[in-house]
Each structure stands twice: as structure tokens, then as C-alpha cells.
Design a protein around this ligand. Structure first.
Ligand SMILES: [Zn+2]
Length: 277
């Protein structure tokens, strides 16, 4: 396995591999990580750090993977709060009383694809296998947000909605917010048909020529990361405060689960983001 990136760092702790981003490492009030396949106990198509309970893997192994991952990446297992994630756009403010949701106790609410908090000791968790993670951190108000943007979430502006919620709940100023658009399927690999392309072509205010490309025969390439970057700019974030990971999950399917590369038989990755105690 060869890993190359200009802006995403692959770190190993106790045999567990995970990705981190320099622009977020500079913020000492948070901890963050994006998982890889490396260092877990799952087998077969889930090998080995599967962190998704919904893919048919042994739940005991998934729980063990969470424990291993948290130890290595510096998160408290008991502080995890998972999104339920079904490609919707509901943003939920979570607190300590929500800890364990989606991990050690059932999800109590559907359609949450984005989480925000201002509480230390709470770890936001969202799930991936090609979709786009959006990490948000406001160092002034000490607020964080983590959003899952598939193509539907992207078109429905989940990133912008998360910024709006950070503003309305905590008074965040978007120009203070640092953002990472994390590893996801890249413009190199994200081929779509006409109906999906048309949803992106409708985002005229964002100038779709910059994130769509016609391949012919009803096929198009879409750049999910660039679409989300433009949306965050629209929401008031500064260009200098947004970093786009250059890592494509499909091009790196030995390192990361990719829905497209695996044909759907796969485990799942997570993004984690917390405010330090
Ligand atoms: Zn690619």
C-alpha cells in the first residue's frame, strides 16, 4: 500500500492507522481523526477496522474496533455519539446526556446526518465509505460540528445548514470557523448518471462548471469536495480557513472502505471530532 497526500497525514498508534489534517491539528482545543481499515479485528470484506454496525459484521467485533480505535486516536469510548445517517439534512445539537447513542445504545432519532456541540467530553461520530465528511471548528466560541455529505446531503446543503445551526445555537461567526472537507470519493472517480448530474447542474449560484464534467453517453464526473467547499464559502467561511483533503477513498481502497470500489460489500469508516476536557 502506497499512501501519498500533500495535506492529509497518515498516523499510526499501536498498529492502528488514522488520518489527521494539519489545519485542525493546530487547534489545541479539539481532537479529530478519520479512520482507515488498519488495526481492527474484523474479517472478510470488513477487514479490519470496520466501525459500522449496519453492514452485517459481528457487532462484538465492531464494538471492539471502536475501543481499539478510541485508545489509539485519543478518544474516550464512553463519550461517543453517532449520527443515524440516512442522507438527510437534520442537524442535531448534542450534549453529554447523549453519549453512547448509536454505539452502546440505540439511536433515538432518525435522519441525523450532522452533529454539533459546545461541550467538552462529547465525541461526534459520523460514517463514511466514499461520502464527504465536513469537519467544522470555531476556536473563538469553542464549538464543533461534523456533517456527512453524500450527493444528496451535498445538494441539500448539509454543510451550510450545519454552519447555520452553529450560528443560531451558539452565535458562531462563520468567518471564525475552520473547516476540513475530508477524504471522500474524488472528482477522479465519482461518475454519475444524468439524474444526479442534473441536481448538481441546478446549483447555478455555485457555478457548476467548476465541479461537473461531461464524459459523454449520459455519464458525468462530479466533484463533491469542491461543491461542498463552494457551499461553505457561501455560508460565510473564508477560503483560507477551508482545507480539502486530496485523498480519494476509491483510489485508496486498500487503505479505506470505498462503496464504489467494493461494490457494496464493505465495512465503514468514521470521522471523529471532540472538544478536549
Ligand atoms: Zn479517485
Amino acid at each position: 500500500m502506497v499512501f501519498y497526500s500533500k495535506n492529509t497525514e497518515l498516523e499510526f498508534v499501536d498498529g492502528v492507522g488514522f488520518l489527521r489534517f494539519p489545519i485542525l491539528k493546530k487547534l489545541d482545543f479539539i481532537n479529530h481523526a478519520f479512520s482507515t481499515r488498519i488495526g481492527g479485528v474484523s474479517e472478510g470484506p470488513y477487514k479490519s477496522m470496520n466501525l459500522n454496525f449496519k453492514r452485517g459484521d459481528d457487532p462484538d467485533k465492531v464494538t471492539e474496533n471502536y475501543r481499539i480505535f478510541c485508545r489509539a486516536a485519543g478518544f474516550d469510548f464512553d463519550s461517543l455519539i453517532s449520527s443515524s445517517q440516512d442522507h438527510n439534512t437534520f442537524v442535531r445539537r448534542v450534549t453529554k446526556k447523549d453519549c453512547g447513542i448509536g454505539i452502546t445504545r440505540p439511536n433515538d432519532i432518525e435522519s441525523v446526518d450532522s452533529l454539533i456541540t459546545n461541550e467538552p467530553g462529547v465525541t461526534l461520530v459520523t460514517h463514511y465509505a466514499d461520502c464527504t465528511p465536513i469537519f467544522l471548528a470555531d476556536p473563538e466560541k469553542k464549538v464543533i460540528g461534523l456533517a456527512h455529505a453524500g450527493w444528496r446531503g451535498t445538494v441539500d446543503k448539509i454543510g451550510e445548514l450545519t454552519v447555520e445551526k452553529m450560528k443560531s445555537e451558539f452565535g458562531c461567526d462563520p468567518s471564525d470557523i475552520i473547516a476540513v472537507i475530508g477524504p471522500a470519493i474524488g472528482a477522479c472517480c465519482y461518475e454519475v448518471d444524468t439524474p444526479v448530474y442534473e441536481k448538481f447542474a441546478c446549483l447555478t449560484e455555485l457555478k457548476p462548471a467548476y465541479f461537473t464534467k461531461m464524459l459523454g453517453h449520459g455519464k458525468y464526473l462530479v466533484d463533491l469536495k469542491e461543491t461542498n467547499r463552494r457551499m461553505l464559502m457561501d455560508a460565510g467561511l473564508l477560503s483560507i480557513n477551508i482545507s480539502i483533503s486530496d485523498v480519494c477513498t476509491k483510489c485508496n481502497s486498500g487503505l479505506m472502505y470505498s462503496h464504489r470500489a467494493s461494490g457494496g460489500e464493505r465495512g465503514g469508516l468514521v470521522a471523529m471530532l471532540s472538544i478536549k476536557n
